[in-house]
Design a protein around this ligand. Sequence first.
Ligand SMILES: C=CC1=C(C)c2cc3[nH]c(cc4nc(cc5[nH]c(cc1n2)c(C)c5CCC(=O)O)C(CCC(=O)O)=C4C)c(C)c3C=C
Ligand code: FE2
Ligand code: FE2
Length: 361
Amino acid sequence: MTYSGFPEFNHDQAPRIGVLVTNLGTPQAPEKRALKPYLKQFLSDPRVVEIPRLLWWFILNGIILNIRPRRSAEAYKTVWTEQGSPLLLHTRDQAQALQAKLSGELGEQVLVDFAMRYGQPAIDGAIERLLERGVRKLLVLPLYPQYSGPTGGSTFDAVAADFTRRRWLPDFRFVSHYCDHPGYIAAVADSIRRHWEQHGRAQRLIFSYHGEPRRYLDNGDPYHCQCHKTSRLVAADLGLTEGEYMTSFQSRFGREEWLKPYTDETLKSLPAEGINAVQIVCPGFSADCLETIEEIGEENREYFMEAGGERYEYIPCLNAEQAHIEFLATLVREQLQGWLDTPVTAPEVTLEQALAKGATR
Ligand SMILES: C=CC1=C(C)c2cc3[nH]c(cc4nc(cc5[nH]c(cc1n2)c(C)c5CCC(=O)O)C(CCC(=O)O)=C4C)c(C)c3C=C
Ligand SMILES: [Fe+2]
Ligand SMILES: [Fe+2]
């Protein structure tokens, strides 16, 4: 086994702190041929689909990868922009804005890069770039406000797998969640308030989160509780009472029971209960993507209107808006405590000086 390293390492290089922002990932193009490898990588992850491997291999390769890529490609086509996938573009913009904000506050010592858990740019490449630029302390910040095994757990696995092949590991920190961070709650609540200022209020505010199999919750995954916590705190910030908001779960996949209530079924049933004006917000997504733009913005709107709904408004994700970046910078500064306190300077002794003093390489 040969571990990878940087033999030409320069002792004069200033040690830096790296912040690796990540999100889920996206195909290279909204085409069937790009969806197949993307979905294969994503759905082969045992953190995402917890089914005995051999059985799942047959279902995935025999059925799902023959049907889903075409269907998903059609959905991706409706959200794709000239520059590419919305999730990728927002994540890039978030990382760039975060770098600008942190450089303004802390100078050159903090380097921000971004990566996707599945597809490109990949996590191993981003870690390589950061280490090459002198990062000796690494903070990984997956942009999932709530922790779940399929998202945060899987991101940790990818980082850890990358580390197993490296010679020199950095100090390492990992943000598992920020579902109840006052800065995050305030940023989401403010975005809803701004929407209300422009459009007025509806009868009900719906918090819709990506779902996962109910079994994961039963086996101890905190995701469901963390989603409810975010809803509760945002609702409290907005002064909403219990009947004025609700939490539901979207993006069901497969036949198994997922977290309930399901967003689509909820929207289909609300008009019959006399609720025909709703606003939907998705604080489990830090950036707009297929699941928000197409599924919430389009598909679920149709369900609601066809069921007799009259007013349906989707409140966008925080994306790279200023309040979000300010919150992320606060979160990073908090996470870097102890690391930032130490003045980050170049080592006092250069390799040449050390060798002159009799050290061996
Ligand atoms: C099959 C199981 C899946 C689990 C469990 C799951 C959890 C989960 N996902 C997100 C965030 C996103 N998911 C996105 C797309 C997406 N998710 C699944 C499946 C599961 N997700 C699939 C198959 C897809 C691909 C699209 C499709 O074919 O329907 C995205 C959007 C990506 C984009 O490019 O826009 C996000 C974001 C969370 C937070 C989560 C937590 C439990
Ligand atoms: Fe998903
Ligand atoms: Fe719960």
